[in-house]
Design a protein around this ligand. Sequence first.
Ligand SMILES: *Cc1c(COP(=O)(O)O)cnc(C)c1O
Length: 434
Amino acid sequence: MDFVMDCLGVNENGNLSIGGADVTELAKQYGTPLYIMDEEEIRRNCRIYADAMKKYYDGNGLVLYASKAFSCKYMYKIALEEGLGVDTVSGGEIYTALSAGFPAEKIYFHGNNKTWDELEFAIKNDIGCIVIDNSDEVDRIEEIAEEYGKKVKAMFRVSPGVDAHTHDFIKTGQIDSKFGAAIETGDALKLIKYTATKKNINIVGIHCHIGSQIFELSPFCETAEIMLSFMEKIKSETGIEIKELNLGGGFGIKYTEKDKPIDFDKFIEAVSKVVKEKAEEKGLECPFILMEPGRSVVASAGLTVYEVGTVKRIENVRNYVCVDGGMCDNPRFILYGAEYDAVLPERPTAKRCEKVTVAGKCCESGDVLIEDIMMPEIKKGDLLAVLATGAYNYSMSSNYNRIPRPPVVMVKDGESKIVIKRETYEDIIKNDIL
Ligand SMILES: *Cc1c(COP(=O)(O)O)cnc(C)c1O
């Protein structure tokens, strides 16, 4: 039986298993809705990237796990143990990483509008590198660094003008973007020249990230070429030698059978060729390479188990399968029409004979998890697992309708443990003041 997640199987009871653990048993033990993640799968993915870095760049680089995909103390611990750095996008993520014992120097800080408090927190804690977005930020960093007597290591978010074929909301490489400064318009160079006038900022690199859930090699290769040309231009116009090149993340994963991802290793191999070739051609030293995979590290390691509360069959219109979660634990359908596959953990191989729409329990008609999917016949009380929810699910979850967030259970060698507790009603009201 083939599932969209490699870490799934069918066990001797005929039930769905993840990382050797029975999904049905876990649902009984921990309740639903429940996020389950396979730790070995996450570690395998980390190693693919770390190994590729060694293989194709002779270790002259660092893989940063883009932690917005799934951020919690335990995940930072895994990233650290696997030798990765992390990419963070807020004070909260930095705080979580530091709380997990993550070394500050391996934390990179991104964002198009980092606040004064966030920058101060990052600088005070000697965060490894700040990825500068705009000139107002440059002013803030300079002032804070001066106050604390620090020299801040920085790179620049630039937009290479590459159109990655993905959803508009997760595209970031084009000129019309709230992220960074465009190379094409000259804004990126202007930003770098401006920063060079500041004495507390140490310019080390440039960064780009063209989007997410990308399945083609060519936009990545094209981007690498543009970035190398830009490095040459920076050197000739300012004399600054760019030592670090951060090529972002965005590698696509398999959500449904329609998705045909390329081996992550192949992306890195192809891009490394471009980087090395172009560096040599332009007489530049091969830069220290950074990469920032997020989704592709965790998405395929996780699933969400729900219990079906009711099935509403509206004749000749639609069959709604209503589960005990929804947009509050997975807003990706309502955000950008994301597609998912689902399996019944107690009957994983049953014939898919009925078209249904899996809906949540929130008060929004758009609160859907999967629209029009063929499933075996479903009845109330069945468990239903939505697959490949390891990325951008827990991290995007909310308390909409004052629904407590589900827990995250990590499975390893058939054993399970809670790494994020289920929220309680007390958690929901803990900041309310009467
Ligand atoms: C979101 C993001 C990533 C990770 O993207 P994935 O598609 O999850 O791999 C990497 N870098 C930056 C700057 C990002 O914003």
